[in-house]
Design a protein around this ligand. Structure first.
Ligand code: SD4
Length: 320
């Protein structure tokens, strides 16, 4: 039996996998599959880390990052720091298909979305308000400005820009926060002809400085697709991962002959050479339907799971 079509996505976000599979198995395009799959997570607010109502920034606002890539044409649409619009992957696709541009950000991305007919809504929910107010109350959690451990005197607010500590000096508490505050959907879809599309959607990192953009919408970092080889998508600590373009790296590893698992392992190893402790994982699939994944083995992060749907399965498989 042919291993195609194929859907692979980060984490056990099964209804997203299923939504993408429904499109692909009925002969739809991998781009539609990726858009539908990621949009499903945006609606369900998967893990609170995709879509509205999650990961409020330092001012309490939820903003969204997303990208989609067509591995046949090598076209990409991406949005970052998108405000007031729930369907970030849809806006990313609109950038790709209805503009000459590749990447729109912030308020201007939202205005573009509105002009394309996307509904403008508040992305704040009771849940995101409560995450935000708990964080404000504590005010001594390590955060993205200070990068330091909590101060028992409670003198460490989020409001003083301090010089960040070098990576090697970050505390275990800082690392724990990073582990908890990351997740995202990254998806690869391959149709029977070997057409590969990839995409991501996320609300980024909790308590980030407003304007911070993660790896997810960045081409080659969050995901990468090239139908002559395959596709890859990443999840994890975007502030670290984006510096290494791991999705691009993984696809290039496959181009040079690596199987998907090895391609992912090598991309993770490249990061860990410079940043031994970080939280991240990559999924890969090649154009013929082989797939694999790898994750960093950071303390406190022992298991990365991802979902696969392929012919002959009545439910998404969960692996790793
Ligand atoms: C980010 N990588 O903004 C994204 C979100 C994430 O797992 O946590 N992905 O850093």
């Amino acid at each position: 039996q042919s291993p195609l079509p194929l859907v692979v996505n980060t984490w056990p976000f099964h209804s997203a996998t299923q939504a993408a599979w429904k499109v692909l198995s009925s002969g739809g395009s991998p781009l539609d599959a990726v858009e539908k799959g990621c949009a499903q997570c945006e609606v369900e607010q998967c893990d609170g880390t995709v879509g509205y109502g999650g990961s409020p920034d330092e001012s309490g606002e939820t903003t969204l990052d997303a990208m989609i890539m067509n591995g046949n044409t090598m076209k990409v649409g991406a949005v970052a720091n998108l405000r007031r619009i729930k369907n970030a992957i849809g806006v990313a696709r609109a950038v790709m298909e209805h503009t000459k541009h590749t990447f729109l950000v912030g308020e201007s991305a939202s205005l573009f979305a509105e002009s394309m007919g996307f509904v403008c809504e508040d992305l704040t929910t009771n849940r995101s308000l409560s995450i935000y107010s708990k964080w404000l109350d504590q005010q001594c959690q390590p955060n993205f400005r200070t990068n330091v451990t909590p101060n028992p005197e409670k003198s460490c607010g989020p409001y003083k820009p301090l010089k960040p500590l070098p990576e090697s000096k970050t505390t275990s508490i800082q690392k724990k926060v990073d582990l908890r505050s990351h997740d995202t959907i990254g998806m690869i879809a391959v149709d029977r002809s070997g057409f590969v599309a990839t995409g991501t959607s996320t609300n980024g990192a909790s308590h980030k400085i407003p304007g911070r953009v993660g790896d997810s919408p960045m081409i080659g970092a969050g995901s990468y697709a090239d139908s002559s080889v395959g596709g890859a998508a990443a999840t994890g600590d975007g502030d670290t991962m984006m510096r290494f373009l791991p999705s691009y790296q993984a696809v290039e590893n496959m181009r040079m002959g690596a199987d998907p698992t090895t391609a992912c392992q090598k991309a993770i190893a490249r990061i860990q050479k410079h940043v031994p402790v970080f939280f991240g994982a990559i999924i890969c699939a090649n154009r013929t339907g082989s797939y694999g994944a790898a994750c960093s083995k950071a303390p406190g992060f022992t298991q990365f799971r991802y979902s696969v749907y392929k012919p002959g399965r009545s439910q998404p498989l969960e692996e790793m």
